[in-house]
Design a protein. Structure first.
Lengths: 112, 485
């Protein structure tokens, strides 16, 4: 896939994720939307690294131009951080479901 | 540079290792000592160096902003350690990790490294806010988590755009390229970076996770969040002005958050949520100063340190009061506070209103000295508003009974020391004019309080969905303005 198409797909994913985050009332749907958006941001960084006719930036893969390795390193870090954040947020959702018996944002907002 | 980075590494290792060691407070105390030693070794600062070397290294530098943030973080960590020395469980290791991450963020001069340190600090903050397992605090923490992650996703997109166009992540290398916001990739990237950092630091309309998260967090967690973690967002915004020409955007954000937070603080009745809205408002001083740059940026750094100290003191006293009495409304707490708590609350209020000779007066004075006249007027009206919003705490200063002092005395001493030190070192603060102006602002504020007391305006409540909506609208507007500037 070439860089422009990947960038367009990434931006579409971010938009789709944020739309779900805004429109759904269920917390789990919101978290899913957030993760689609984060995935879009990560894909965008990969698209930035793209060079025409480049090979993957791995040592020993032969001569020729490679893709920019720095965004790939950033992407690894970002994936780990998003994984940790998602895991923690799901723990909190489990906790709230047990205590408040709801995953609906409007019910969770009510003062208790 | 080696000392500063070493200090950060020791902090993080002792924080992570603290989960295995008993007593719990020991690794945190060792880390604090190592941090103080490291600060003393690199103290006057060091110029920019590259960690790891080469094109892909991470730039770090120890300027006055980093120096101030280190001092603030170490003092607050010391006060919290003193206050919570007997607390069991993972509290102390998490706190050490959080402070270590903030120390790293203060040194960083790299767009992506700032992202990583901010995300790590947020992750530990989410854990600490929900730490006591109260449903309301957990819900506040989940809101914080979702809104902050949205902010950091926007920030990451901004990093991608700026890197794709300019090919570097180092702030000084970007500044050397002389980027122009009229270039769409740089303009949109800068807008997303500013919006992301604004969400993370809790700017009004961008980061409305802040009032519930700071208001419902456990006592000492509110102290650390308000005193140190919020400042890291402001530091990130200040760093962005070093690389990209986004100073005017910071000024606009500062005015927005200064008056927006104030509007809500004026009529808030819950003591801790009121202090949290006041933090939103006080961010205005810092962003205004960082946006103006030059001498005002130094004043803003001092104000960030001073605000960290007295807001930490206020949150510590307020948390103690709320826990002891079991009520959160300001009116219900009147006359129920113990002597040390009421005294600490009074010292904090005196400082935040900006009356001499405490830290608030010195920092506000230095911030205003180099500001243009219109900014002085904005700062003066913010000061009046702060006085008006804090006037409702006066009934709380009638104490009854005693309680242990804990970290209150330490923080109060720091507030006094910074204030008196600032007065002695900086010329021009000992003038009758400056003192008169401070008391005049407090007096007008008191009058405003008496006038507004009978009003009960119905301000729109910021539910979670509204906070999300205002965040996206804010991000789009900020990006659009920066692009079209």
């Amino acid at each position: 896939m070439d860089g422009m198409a990947a960038s367009a797909l990434a931006i579409a994913l971010v938009g789709l994720g944020f739309w779900t985050l805004l429109r759904r009332r269920n917390v789990i749907w919101k978290l899913l939307g957030l993760n689609v958006a984060a995935g879009g941001a990560i894909l965008f960084l990969v698209a930035i690294a793209h060079r025409p006719q480049a090979r993957p930036p791995i040592l020993g893969l032969g001569p020729g131009q490679s893709a920019d390795p720095l965004p790939h390193a950033l992407v690894l870090t970002a994936i780990v951080i998003h994984f940790a954040t998602l895991a923690l947020s799901l723990v909190y959702v489990i906790f709230l479901t047990e205590r408040r018996h709801s995953q609906d944002v409007h019910k969770l907002e009510e003062e208790r | 540079m080696i000392y500063a980075v070493g200090g950060v590494v020791i902090y993080l290792v002792l924080g992570a290792g603290g989960f295995l060691v008993r007593p719990r407070w020991l690794p945190g105390t060792l880390a604090l000592l190592a941090g103080v030693a490291s600060l003393a070794l690199w103290a006057p600062g060091f110029s920019e160096g590259v960690l790891g070397g080469g094109r892909w290294g991470i730039s770090v530098a120890g300027d006055s902003l980093a120096l101030g943030m280190w001092a603030l973080a170490l003092v607050i960590h010391g006060a919290v350690l003193l206050h919570e020395r007997t607390r069991p469980g993972p509290f102390h290791p998490l706190l050490t990790l959080l402070v270590g991450t903030c120390l790293a963020a203060a040194l960083s001069r790299d767009l992506f490294n700032l992202y990583v340190t901010l995300e790590l600090a947020s992750l530990v903050s989410f854990l600490l806010v929900g730490y006591e397992g109260k449903p309301r605090a957990v819900w506040a923490s989940l809101q914080y988590l979702i809104l902050a992650t949205v902010g950091m996703t926007l920030y990451l997109l901004g990093v991608g755009l700026v890197y794709g166009k300019l090919g570097t992540l180092s702030l000084s290398a970007i500044a050397a390229l002389g980027p122009r916001l009229s270039d769409p990739a740089v303009g949109i990237g800068a807008g997303l970076l500013v919006a992301g950092a604004a969400i993370k630091s809790g700017v009004f309309l961008f980061g409305l996770w802040l009032p519930p998260a700071h208001g419902y967090a456990p006592t000492t967690v509110s102290v650390v969040l308000s005193a140190v973690v919020v400042k890291m967002g402001a530091v990130t915004l200040a760093r962005l002005t070093e690389a990209l020409p986004v100073g005017p955007a910071l000024v606009v954000l500062g005015i927005l958050t200064g008056f927006g937070g104030l509007l809500y603080a004026l009529w808030e009745r819950d003591l801790k949520v009121f202090l949290a809205f006041s933090t939103v408002s006080q961010l205005g001083y810092m962003l205004l100063g960082f946006g103006l740059g030059g001498g005002a940026a130094f004043g803003a750094m001092l104000y960030a340190v001073a605000h960290g100290l007295f807001k930490g003191l206020l949150f510590l006293a307020a948390g103690e009061a709320v826990e002891r009495v079991g009520r959160r409304e300001i009116a219900r707490l009147a006359g129920q506070l113990s002597v040390p708590v009421a005294l600490a609350l009074a010292v904090g209020t005196w400082a935040i209103v900006g009356l001499p000779p405490l830290a608030g007066f010195a920092a506000k004075g230095i911030l205003a000295q180099d500001a243009p006249n219109w900014a002085k007027a904005v700062l003066f009206s913010l000061e009046v508003g702060t006085a008006a919003s804090f006037a409702k705490l006066v009934p709380l200063f009638r104490p009854q009974g005693t309680s242990p002092i804990g970290g209150l005395g330490f923080l109060a001493a720091a507030v006094v020391a910074l204030g008196v030190g600032g007065l002695l070192v900086v010329p021009g603060l000992f003038s009758l004019w400056a003192w008169g102006e401070a008391f005049l602002a407090a007096g007008i504020g008191w009058g405003l309080y008496l006038g507004l007391r009978t009003l009960r305006p119905i301000l729109p409540r910021f539910t979670f969905d509204r906070a999300l909506g205002s965040l996206f609208v804010g991000a789009v507007v900020a990006t659009g303005i920066l692009l079209l500037w």
